[in-house]
Ligand binder design. Structure first.
Ligand SMILES: [Zn+2]
Length: 113
């Protein structure tokens, strides 16, 4: 389960950021997870449950924002939301090679005290 390794890495980063702010407690973590990022939000939550069993993560609330995939059609010059793994433009049918959003895995917010 690579989500666990990913999450542990994010938690390490979050702890470091909290320490840099002189904080001793982390209250909330907010992550943005792209649909195409290869990370399963459900697995990420399960991984967090593993991490949350250990200090200092027991009281931390995890918030996940799933970012839907958005592609750009260079033919129509318009962004669109692909309906399946083949990123075909719904207007002209051209395959898009440009993914605007959906690959991210980011720590967007960290609440500490
Ligand atoms: Zn198009």
């Amino acid at each position: 389960m690579h989500e666990l390794a990913l999450l542990q890495e994010l938690c390490t980063l979050a702890s470091r950021a909290a320490a840099e702010q002189g904080a001793s407690r982390i209250h909330r973590l907010e992550l943005r997870v792209g649909e195409l990022g290869g990370v399963d939000p459900q697995a990420l939550r399960q991984a967090f449950a593993v991490v949350a069993a250990t200090a200092p993560w027991q009281e931390v609330e995890l918030q996940l924002e799933v970012v839907p995939t958005r592609c750009f059609c260079s033919h129509c010059e318009q962004p669109f939301r692909p309906t399946d793994v083949i990123h075909a433009c719904p207007t002209c049918g051209a395959l898009s090679r440009q993914v605007l959003e959906g690959r991210e895995l980011e720590l967007v917010a960290l609440e500490v005290s």
